[in-house]
Design a protein around this ligand. Sequence first.
Ligand code: NAP
Length: 205
Amino acid sequence: MTGMTAWVGLNLVEVKAGDVIFISGAAGAVGSVAGQLAKLRGCRVIGAAGSTEKVKFLMEECGFDVAFNYKAGPILEQLNLASPDGIDVYFDNVGGEMLEAALSALRVHGRIIACGGISGYNQEKPQPGPSNLFNMTTKRLTMKGLIVGDSLNLQGEFEREVGSYFRAGKLKNKETIVTGLDQAVGAFIGLFEGKNVGKMVVKLD
Ligand SMILES: NC(=O)c1ccc[n+]([C@@H]2O[C@H](COP(=O)([O-])OP(=O)(O)OC[C@H]3O[C@@H](n4cnc5c(N)ncnc54)[C@H](OP(=O)(O)O)[C@@H]3O)[C@@H](O)[C@H]2O)c1
């Protein structure tokens, strides 16, 4: 389901060869597949993740062009360094500061895939929107919301296309596996603490 979310997201804003795409939550289940699929489409791919180990995974295993640790310095500075001429697409898994940085970095007619907002899921009170939302107007941006369940009719197409990449060894699947139902709550909380690389899986013993 998370792989399909990545694929549906890229299709939603017609990600194509030559696009510079920035992906947050890049080492997670959705982000790591979105980045690899974008590379296969001929994009320049930039990812943000929360540790050096994850940055290494993105660069060495997923083929990202640039990856940075968003906890190691200001996000916008790192994004500008990664792509001084801006970005065409932002795949948002995180919201908050990450979305704000992307709004600044997007070029005119840039596109945003609004997939997730994990930075806000546990906030007691909803935070105000990004302080630079007016970029939507000045740069004529498009932001499209995504719910993968709306596209279940495309599952066959997804399986044919992405399954063929997988079988050809062009797409890596990474999982973080914890064993035992009693570990499920900890695994879920771990998602908010960045404990997983790729898909967090609870294996029943
Ligand atoms: N719209 C849809 O249909 C759909 C479907 C599936 C998933 N989603 C959403 O897509 C996003 C990614 O899902 P996923 O399954 O791939 O999850 P995931 O990325 O595998 O796991 C969550 C990751 O988010 C990062 N994170 C947690 N808190 C953060 C914060 N405050 N700021 C920045 N990063 C944070 C952590 O990585 P770091 O170490 O990098 O911080 C963590 O490993 C989620 O927001 C999810 O809700 C949407």
